[in-house]
Design a protein around this ligand. Structure first.
Ligand SMILES: Cc1cc2nc3c(=O)[nH]c(=O)nc-3n(C[C@H](O)[C@H](O)[C@H](O)COP(=O)(O)O)c2cc1C
Length: 193
């Protein structure tokens, strides 16, 4: 009745000890048993160059496959200069191409973000929602998981210790799973890869 769901987690930070990557690890731990979250690594994605679109770099081909194979995507975005980091935008640009082969097309998604500032990536998240319009990605609206003052919510080992934030992330992943199942039912598409 509840087929298992496979979610691809994408963090917009390459930093060791990234709060956003650690928030994705928390999501993986807090997901229901029927939901698995696998976390992609963007560190081997080169800078986008349209000259290479006819023969995509192997790392891009691999990421495109993983996005397409996932039932849903969970993006954890930092906020850099009031928007999403270049690392994330660059990976999105590659995987939306070549024209007519956008790997994100029709995917259910959810967004979370962690920042050391007081606004908790709100500006970056709304920019990402705008990008999702062009990708034809269907993000859930609630809860909005904006982790402000992130340094106070994780311990030295990178574990998310803030109980309220853990509850928000648990709810986010549960809502994403429910939304993914609804979209699959609506389109009568089996949840398979
Ligand atoms: C280039 C740069 C720009 C930043 N701009 C913002 C910003 O606009 N808003 C904000 O809340 N934090 C900003 N920060 C601080 C980030 O929230 C902080 O570095 C955070 O730890 C990044 O996420 P991560 O831990 O996943 O790497 C910026 C950091 C960098 C390196």
């Amino acid at each position: 009745v509840n087929p298992s769901l496979h979610i691809l987690g994408i963090s917009g930070s390459l930093r060791r000890g990234s709060f956003n990557s650690n928030a994705l690890r928390a999501a993986r731990e807090l997901a229901l048993d029927s939901v698995t979250i696998e976390i992609a690594d963007l560190s081997d994605i080169p800078l986008y160059n349209q000259d290479e679109e006819q023969q995509l770099p192997a790392s891009v081909v691999a990421l495109k496959r993983r996005i397409r194979a996932a039932d849903a995507i969970l993006v954890a975005t930092p906020e850099y200069n009031y928007t999403i980091p270049g690392v994330l935008k660059n990976a999105i640009d590659w995987t939306s191409r070549p024209y007519g082969d956008n790997s994100w097309d029709g995917k259910p998604a959810a967004i979370l973000g962690a920042s050391t500032g007081a606004i908790g990536t709100a500006r970056a998240q709304y920019d990402l929602r705008k990008i999702f319009v062009n990708l034809n990605v269907f993000p859930i609206n609630r809860p909005e998981v904006m982790i402000a003052n992130a340094a106070s919510r994780f311990d030295a080992a990178g574990k998310l210790t803030d109980e309220q934030t853990r509850d928000f992330i648990r709810q986010l992943v549960a809502n994403l799973a429910a939304w993914t199942r609804r979209l699959a039912l609506a389109s009568e598409q089996p949840l398979t890869r």
